[in-house]
Design a protein around this ligand. Sequence first.
Ligand SMILES: [Fe+2]
Ligand SMILES: [Fe+2]
Length: 459
Amino acid sequence: MPEAESTTSTASGNPMELLREMVSFLLAKRVLSADDVRRVLKLQGRIDRRFGSLAVLKGYVSPHDIIYILYKQLDSDVKAGDVAVRHKLMTPAQVKEVLLLQTNPARLFLEILIRTRTILASNLQLAMREFYKQKAAAGKVPAGHLMDVQDLIKPTRQSRLDADSLKFQLKRLRELAALPGVVHRVLGLLQNPHVEMQEVAQVIEGDPGLSIRLLRLANSAFFGLSSKVGTVHKALITLGVKNVQKTIITASVLEKFNAIGQQEAGDFWRHALLTSRWTHRLLELRNFRGELLDDGVMAGLLHDTGKLAIWQYFPEANAEIKGLVKSGAPTEEAEREVLGMPHAEIGAFLFQLWNFPAGLLQAACYHHASTAVLGGLKDMTPLTACVNAACRIAHLPVIARPEADGGDEGGEMLDASSLDQEFLAFHGVNADALVMAAPQVMSEAEEMLSSFLSQAPAT
Ligand SMILES: [Fe+2]
Ligand SMILES: [Fe+2]
């Protein structure tokens, strides 16, 4: 980062004025073209200037760390930076740097110049050195006119939510989406691998709704138990501790979001089950075995939980998001604008609130992340990578099989032609293998759907 101290807001009094002088100088020196400036300022107009987003932009923390910071901030007035330092997510120097970016548009401008590789950091550093040398000598930028930066900035959509209103929304979500105490007690008990199943069963039976959903899930094709179970205790014994945890988590999400319209519920669970089966298959293709496969089944199934929360708890916001998407905005951008967070992060936030396993939280948080973002994560797990790929594959269209390819059989096949090489290479799969695997994955998902859909609506 060039000339750290020189770009503080105190260097020129008015931070906007400093940006104006800087742009003018860089243009006059032909270090940047007017097009460069326009593009970078446009980008700058779209950047979310909340602390967390800027800390992510700088690469100091990952988005799921921000979820944790927001969660920790809910009941206190402690600033995000202080939470980050207290929990050792950032150093005080990094917090200072982010606060500078937040308050100083000139500094943010330079940051974006470098991040977008509009100019080499070393060249920019040289130019800025000269800029400040001239400023020091003359007390102002000597040559050229001052360009009207405001004219260049054409802000596009940007989140209307500041940190306080996001906090308000998240508190609302916490109230609305609280899980019954039974679920917390059961998950707490299951932390002990030697827990008595009789004790766990008694707690679960205290909640008849949860007991029914648990039994239905245990008996559904989803778990594929060889024999039917009739009591909670029998279900727990048959499933085993690890699967009980997964069943309780799944059953509690189903129970929580039982007020979704039938059409939406059908589409939702079809995609969720398809993602779940694809996650399982991708993990298998990467030679993972055992418990991770079961984790994948659950993480794939629940990756879009944030969407359920938007539908059920924020119907007006949902209508607004739909309107923006209809007018051409990408879903994630529309959700961020209206709610301050895309559904992936809302889901991750809920999992944080509910104290669900960290792997589940990470997988939900990054299921729409680009391979560049995934590749940049310090602690990305195979689960996160596979859920990300599975969600995208589950959205691929199914087309009529070309005649030459299908011989006399005809039928349908997965159209994987939109998957780019970068995606395939990152996830270590090839398009042909996916097309080959698709019929079985799709039929597994379809088989589970009917038994699953009877779980979703309120009973
Ligand atoms: Fe999603
Ligand atoms: Fe998805």
